[in-house]
Design a binder for this molecule. Structure first.
Ligand SMILES: O=C(CO)[C@@H](O)[C@H](O)COP(=O)(O)O
Length: 215
């Protein structure tokens, strides 16, 4: 069974508390929080105060995905805000190994996110040190985009790399996950499914999360 991580980016920000309650009541495993800075990606979402507020209410694992430049500057701030998993982009880190060490040093699980154009083999010398790969299956920046089919081949490559190296990293697929493609994504080797639009545009989001879970 995949872990399900609804993405708060697609929630109704005017009633965030109700949406967090909905996720608490659901079979979701994690709550995915997308932080965007308008520099690494062409969009600005939310940041530390929102995550700290969500943390006071959420009962699920907080999975924070940083789509920001110089993420190493904010690692301890995100730990204080309540992040359990903290993912940084490989494309945004000049010293990725050091950044992963900093994340672990703050007591969080470390994730590395990769963009659709970034080859899986670039993870070879970091995969044994991380807890999560957040594989982007859309170009980061916006919810509600279409899944890029080439991702399926990358998931299989990543699964092979994880098996070869004995890494314990989970494979998380982020972007364009629907009820229609979730089975294929899990069959390709994914452990965690992020779902924004699919969950929050459903007439019954709790039931949608259960359906994704039962894929
Ligand atoms: O990181 C991102 C977008 O950059 C994602 O987490 C989206 O929030 C996923 O949304 P859907 O594609 O599921 O609507």
């Amino acid at each position: 069974m995949p872990l399900i991580a609804p993405s708060l980016l697609s929630a109704n920000f005017l009633r965030l508390e109700e949406d967090v309650d909905m996720i608490n009541r659901s079979e979701a495993d994690w709550l995915h929080l997308d932080v965007m800075d308008g520099r690494f990606v062409p969009n600005i979402s939310f940041g530390l105060p929102v995550i700290a507020a969500v943390n006071r209410k959420a009962t699920k694992t907080l999975d924070v995905h940083l789509m920001i430049v110089e993420p190493e500057k904010y690692i301890s701030d995100f730990a204080k805000a309540g992040a359990h998993y903290l993912s940084v982009h490989i494309e945004a880190c000049n010293h990725l190994h050091r950044t992963v060490q900093m994340i672990h040093g703050e007591g969080m699980k470390a994730g590395v996110a990769i963009n659709p154009h970034t080859p899986v083999h670039l993870l070879k010398d970091i995969i044994a040190d991380i807890d999560l790969v957040c594989m982007m299956s859309v170009n980061p920046g916006f919810g509600g985009q279409k899944f890029i089919p080439h991702t399926l081949k990358k998931i299989a490559e990543l699964r092979a790399l994880i098996n070869e190296t004995g890494s314990k990293a989970l494979i998380e697929i982020d972007g364009g996950v629907t009820l229609e493609n979730a089975g294929t994504i899990v069959a390709a080797g994914a452990d965690v499914l992020v779902a924004g639009n699919t969950v929050f545009s459903a007439s019954d989001p709790v039931a949608m999360i259960s359906q994704l879970k039962a894929i």
